[in-house]
Design a protein around this ligand. Structure first.
Ligand code: PMP
Length: 408
C-alpha cells in the first residue's frame, strides 16, 4: 500500500490502443505530486492569501503569520540552530546560487553532484569520486589539505543512484580543514529527516516540489554571518531598512535576500509536507521505501541487458531512486514505451549530473525509476513486468511507428 495519498493517486492515463490505465508515477525524484494533506492545507489557506509584512488588514496579518510560522516549521524540521537563518527561495538551485554569492573563498565539490551543486560555485575545485566512499573522503582530504577552501559542497543523496553519503564524516573532514560544509538536500529531505545541528552541517539547500509540496518554494538554511555580509541576492522592496536617493541600508538575513513578494503558498505547502512526514514517522517512511526499492531491484536485476548504476561499492544506504542502463535498447524509446504502452512515468537521460553519469555509466543515457510515499508494491510490479516485457520482446511495433492515437 502507498504510505500516503498523493493528488495523482486516481489519475487514469491513455495508453496505446485507446484504453486508460491507472497512472504509475515513478518519477517522484523530479517533482512529486502534492500529498493530499498538503493540498487540503493549501485550499484552507488560499482565501487568506494577501500581502505580507506590509499590509494592515486582517488577511495580511494572517498571511504574514503563515509565512513566518512556515519558515519556522521548515527550520525546526531540518534542525536549524537558533542563530541560523532560513531564507525562502524558489528551489535548491536558487538556494545554492544564493550561497555561492556569499562564499568568501574556494569551494571544493565532488563530481557526483547535480549541476545545481556544481555550476553555481564560481571558484570550484572538482574532486573526482572514487569507487568507495572511504577513498573518496581521502581524495577530498588531499584536496582540502593542498590549499585553503571556504566550503565543501556535497549532496546528501545522489539523484542518479539514490546512494546516501555519510554526512557526519564529510562535515568533520571539512571542519578539520577550516572549511564549512553545504549540503544539497534536494533528494534526501523527501525521504529521510536530516538534522543539520546534529550532523554538523553549516548550510542546507532544499526544494519543496520534490517533497510533495507544489508552488515552488525552497529554503537555504544555515549560518547567518556569510549571508549577512553578502550583497543582497535580489535587490528590491522588503530587503531594506531605509533608502534615500543615494544610500541604501540593507536588512539582515533572511529579508536581505528575499526582496519582492514571497511565495507564501509555497512555503506553507512545504511546511505542511514536513509536518506530514513527522506524523508518518521516520521508521515507517524508511521501511516502506527500502522494501519497495528492494522489490524493484530484485525484479530487474536478473534481466538480460539491464545494469543497475552505482557510484560507491561501500554505500550502505540509498533513498528511493534506481537508475539502470540498457545494453541493447535506447532508454529514450523504452521510457516512451513505458508511458505509451503501460501508463508508467520514469525519467530517461543523464539527470543533470553529467560528470557523474558519464563516469559510472557505459551508455550515453540511463533510465531512472524513483519511488516514495505514494508508491505501492503494485506500482513496482507493474514497472518490473512492463520493463521485462519491453526488454524481452521490444516495444510494440505500433509505438515504434508512432501510430495508434497515443499522443505524448
Ligand atoms: N540537487 C539534486 C540532487 C537534484 O536532484 C535536483 C533536482 N533534480 C536539484 C538539486 C535541483 O532542484 P531544483 O530544480 O528544485 O532547484
Amino acid at each position: 500500500e502507498p504510505l500516503a495519498t498523493l493528488t495523482d493517486a486516481a489519475l487514469d492515463v491513455p495508453v496505446l490502443g485507446g484504453a486508460r490505465v491507472r497512472h504509475v508515477n515513478l518519477d517522484l525524484a523530479a517533482s512529486a505530486p502534492a500529498l493530499d494533506a498538503v493540498a487540503r492545507r493549501v485550499v484552507d489557506v488560499l482565501p487568506w492569501y494577501s500581502s505580507v509584512h506590509r499590509g494592515s488588514g486582517y488577511p495580511s496579518i494572517v498571511s504574514t503569520d503563515l509565512l513566518e510560522s512556515s519558515r519556522d516549521v521548515v527550520g525546526r524540521h531540518v534542525g536549524a540552530r537558533s542563530d541560523d537563518t532560513v531564507v525562502i527561495t524558489r528551489n535548491t538551485t536558487d538556494s545554492l546560487n544564493l550561497l555561492a554569492s556569499a562564499v568568501p573563498g574556494d569551494v571544493v565539490v565532488l563530481d557526483i553532484e547535480h549541476h545545481a551543486n556544481l555550476l553555481p560555485w564560481r571558484s570550484r575545485r572538482v574532486v573526482v569520486g572514487r569507487s568507495t566512499i572511504n577513498e573518496t573522503l581521502d581524495a577530498l582530504r588531499a584536496e582540502l589539505a593542498s590549499r585553503p577552501a571556504a566550503l565543501l559542497a556535497v549532496t546528501a543523496a545522489s539523484n542518479v543512484t539514490g546512494e546516501v553519503l555519510p554526512l557526519e564524516r564529510f562535515a568533520a573532514l571539512a571542519h578539520e580543514h577550516g572549511a564549512r560544509i553545504a549540503v544539497d538536500g534536494a533528494q534526501f529531505v523527501p525521504h529521510r529527516r536530516i538534522d543539520i545541528a546534529e550532523t554538523g552541517i553549516d548550510y542546507l539547500a532544499v526544494s519543496g516540489h520534490k517533497a510533495y509540496a507544489p508552488f515552488g518554494a525552497g529554503v537555504l538554511v544555515g549560518r547567518r554571518d556569510w549571508l549577512d555580509a553578502a550583497p543582497a541576492y535580489l535587490a528590491g522592496g522588503g530587503a531594506v531598512d531605509t533608502v534615500t536617493a543615494d544610500a541604501v541600508s540593507w536588512k539582515r538575513s533572511p529579508e536581505r535576500h528575499e526582496a519582492g513578494t514571497p511565495n507564501v503558498l509555497g512555503i506553507v505547502a512545504f511546511a505542511a509536507a514536513l509536518v506530514e512526514f513527522e506524523s508518518l514517522g521516520e521508521e515507517r517512511r524508511g521501511a516502506h521505501e527500502r522494501a519497495l526499492r528492494e522489490r524493484l531491484l530484485t525484479g530487474i536485476r536478473s534481466l538480460d541487458g539491464v545494469r543497475v548504476l552505482g557510484g560507491f561499492d561501500d554505500a550502505t544506504d540509498a533513498v528511493g531512486i534506481v537508475t539502470i542502463e540498457l545494453t541493447s535498447l535506447s532508454v529514450g524509446l523504452v521510457a516512451a514505451a513505458l508511458a505509451a504502452e503501460h501508463g508508467i512515468a520514469v525519467r530517461a537521460g543523464r539527470f543533470c549530473a553529467h560528470p557523474f553519469f558519464d563516469r559510472i555509466a557505459t551508455r550515453r543515457n540511463g533510465l531512472r525509476a524513483s519511488i516514495g510515499l505514494g508508491t505501492s508494491s503494485d506500482d513496482v510490479d507493474r514497472f518490473v513486468d512492463a520493463l521485462t516485457s519491453i526488454v524481452t520482446s521490444g516495444p510494440r511495433a505500433e509505438y515504434a511507428r508512432g501510430a495508434d492515437g497515443w499522443h505524448p
